[in-house]
Design a protein around this ligand. Structure first.
Ligand code: PMP
Length: 352
């Protein structure tokens, strides 16, 4: 840290992204990326936009916003496109949290929530998950703060039903409830249907996972028009050109090529079920993940040792060294072939 850094960042603990080592070719199952490429149909259009890069992109993202809104069955004024969903989440912390509106979230959830809270100088109210890692919805009733819930949650993959989400919304009519649907396409129910019914609901989504665009950085928020106006004010006060030309066109093509993405999602779900069954047979304890990752622990090997041994064998998974999660590893679901290799390597490790 330099002597010039503002005191307000003295204790900042930045988010730690999953490692991206370059020393060898790993089977990368550590950052919940898609194993499939984005739609190839977009490539010549992406190239055209790259050649137009001397010009700023459309700050309103008019075409893409309309496309996403039509796809979701909402108005274009209810959608804001952002640079990954991390950006819309940060906007929500900026817009709806302050000293009298703490950020409310689970003890085990997406690690960025606490970082966004810190960098925005926002107090937090952390609510422990139950022993089985599920959420007790009543813990969130009248929360007196801005609620952030990932559905499915990370790294557990557990979901809330639409009825549970509606109950949380109903019991927080004076607070914003942010439902982070980064992994929703792999098996949870979206809360989009509730958008017109609850003016306190903000849904965040991403193109990083089911649409294979983690490297393009594209996400969005869906809410009622007033909320989107607030968030637009934040956007125009930080980075009006937050979505670049190439990512915007790739996103638009990905909406057009829905059948391709549906197939990719089905392949991930199939590979997830296969891996879950095999790990179960090997004595692992797993949560019922509806995301593109599994969360697993084995009675005979610690999460850290399993992570290290898999890395030695060329397979990267994620280990979170926190009290309640340290026995587990989070394994991103890759291709069927990658999952077969994973299971083989795990057998070698635990049977020796
Ligand atoms: N929410 C959750 C729960 C996540 O796991 C992630 C990805 N790490 C994000 C949001 C942000 O993803 P992105 O910025 O790539 O859209």
């Amino acid at each position: 840290m330099s002597k010039f850094l503002s005191k307000k960042y003295e204790n900042l603990e930045p988010y730690t992204p999953g490692e991206q080592p370059k020393d060898m070719a790993y089977i990368k199952l550590n950052t919940n990326e898609s194993p499939f490429s984005p739609t190839k149909k977009a490539m010549s259009a992406v190239k055209k936009q790259a050649l137009l890069s001397k010009l700023y992109p459309d700050p309103e993202q008019t075409v893409l916003t309309k496309k996403v809104a039509d796809y979701l069955g909402v108005k274009k004024e209810q959608v804001l496109m952002t640079n990954g969903s991390d950006e819309i989440l940060n906007f929500a912390f900026m817009a709806y949290c302050d000293s009298s509106n703490p950020a409310v979230f689970a003890d085990i959830t997406y690690g960025f929530y606490s970082v966004f809270a810190f960098i925005n100088g926002v107090p937090t109210k952390v609510i422990p998950l139950k022993d089985d890692f599920s959420i007790d919805k009543t813990d969130y009733y009248n929360a007196r703060g801005t609620i952030f819930i990932a559905n499915p949650n990370a790294p557990t993959g557990l979901t809330l039903t639409l009825a549970d989400i509606e109950d949380i919304l109903k019991n927080n009519l004076n607070n914003i409830v942010v439902i982070d649907e980064a992994y929703v396409d792999f098996g949870a129910t979206s809360a989009i249907k509730l958008i017109d019914k609850y003016d306190n609901l903000l849904i965040t989504r991403t193109f990083s996972k089911s649409r294979s665009m983690a490297g393009a950085r594209l996400g969005f928020g869906v809410a009622n028009e007033k909320i989107i106006k607030d968030l637009n004010a934040i956007k125009y006060s930080t980075n009006p050109y937050n979505v670049n030309r190439m990512s915007a066109i790739l996103g638009a093509y990905s909406i057009d090529d829905e059948r391709y993405y549906e197939k990719c999602i089905q392949k991930v779900i199939f590979a997830r079920n296969y891996a879950k069954e095999e790990l179960d047979k090997l004595g692992f304890e797993l949560t019922d993940s509806k995301a593109n990752f599994l969360f697993a622990k084995h009675p005979k090997i610690s999460g850290e040792t399993l992570y290290e041994k898999l890395k030695e064998k060329g397979v990267l998974v994620r280990h979170f060294n926190k009290e309640r999660t340290k026995d587990y590893v989070r394994i991103t679901v890759g291709t069927q072939k990658e999952m077969t290799v994973l299971i083989q390597k795990i057998k070698e490790i635990i049977q020796n």
